[in-house]
Design a protein around this ligand. Structure first.
Ligand code: FES
Length: 317
């Protein structure tokens, strides 16, 4: 019996009974990498199964071992170990040229291949910035600056970790994180807001118990939260395999964080994010925010507090 398999973006090919997916693709002229010669040991033949995984043979013992060791997700199969048992299977080759080979084999012995390939998902996007760090930098020793920066970032990271978020990047005296990689968007949004509230409270305690007594300084932060569909994936090339999150909602979240200054409120979330909260902190003020290149203003909620020491970041007396 002969079935067919669709190699996405390449061709639909016939697969005879007893023929592996790799045998069939090579017979059809697809330049399918198979470094170990089809022995189930190199994984260069692996494919992402987009449709019809139920019409592929069960995992071979090689695949079971590799899946455990390399933590491959369920939708990745070794073409040299898979047989087709029905119609409707669509796959995508993961290693198509030498650059792919470098990225996938030498560069990124990844923990999750789906992350490497990119995933579109609705996430809660969280931006935070320390408001008045520059005056502190200018009037203190480098050692103190780095030490205090570490203290604050530890405090922020602990809150984000506690509520299940993941830090994506840091830049200067700010960072951004996402919530929802392992949870639904409603829960993720609540977690992002709770993390933000905890950070505001912890910063207040840190100011009162440490910064004011020892440095005569107090920090304030600005936080922005938005939700939206973004693409995340690992775009590392072997030097720095970090998760990256891309999409317009990321820009919106960054804009909300920046707007904490002009709206004089330490925590701003979009109306869309606010609408997902089951237990909003309280009935906060609303405002409209203009976004660059967008004619309709964005509705936002101010769930933080006005800045105690002004919005320009001046050092308190
Ligand atoms: S060709 Fe090496 S695992 Fe399939």
């Amino acid at each position: 019996m002969t079935f067919h398999i669709d190699f996405k973006g390449e061709k639909v090919i016939p697969v005879r009974a007893g023929q592996t997916v790799l045998d069939a693709s090579l017979a059809a002229g697809i330049p399918h990498y198979h470094a170990c010669g089809g022995k189930g040991q190199c994984t260069t033949c692996r494919v992402l199964v987009l449709h019809g995984k139920e019409h592929l043979s069960p995992l071979s013992s090689y695949e079971k071992t590799i899946k455990t060791v390399r933590k491959f997700p369920d939708n990745v199969r070794l073409a040299c170990q898979s047989f087709v048992t029905g119609e409707g299977v669509q796959v995508q080759r993961l290693i198509k040229d030498d650059t792919d080979r470098y990225i996938f084999i030498n560069g990124a012995e990844e923990s999750s291949l789906t992350e490497v390939m990119g995933v579109r998902r609705k996430l809660a996007l969280f931006f935070i910035d320390i408001r008045n760090f520059t005056p502190f930098i200018e009037s203190h020793l480098p050692f103190d600056v780095i030490h205090i920066m570490r203290r604050i970032f530890t405090l922020v990271r602990n809150a984000i970790d506690h509520y299940g978020g993941q830090i994506i990047d840091t830049a200067g005296d700010g960072l951004y994180a996402v919530f929802g990689l392992d949870s639904k968007i409603r829960k993720a949004t609540e977690a992002a807001v709770l993390a933000g509230i905890k950070i505001l409270e912890d910063i207040k305690i840190f100011n009162n118990t440490y910064m004011r007594p020892y440095f005569h300084h107090a920090f304030e932060v600005g936080i922005g939260v938005h939700v939206g569909k973004v693409i995340y994936g690992n775009v590392g090339i072997g030097l720095n395999n970090n998760l990256t999150v891309m999409g317009y909602p990321v820009n919106v979240a960054a804009r909300l964080q920046a707007a904490t200054k002009e709206l004089n409120n330490s925590f701003i979330i979009s109306e869309r994010a606010y609408g997902l909260l089951r237990n909003p902190p309280y009935a906060p003020d609303a405002a409209l925010l203009n976004l660059k290149g967008v004619s309709k203003a964005l509705e936002v909620r101010l769930i933080g507090k006005p800045y105690e020491h002004g919005v320009a970041g001046e050092t308190p007396a």
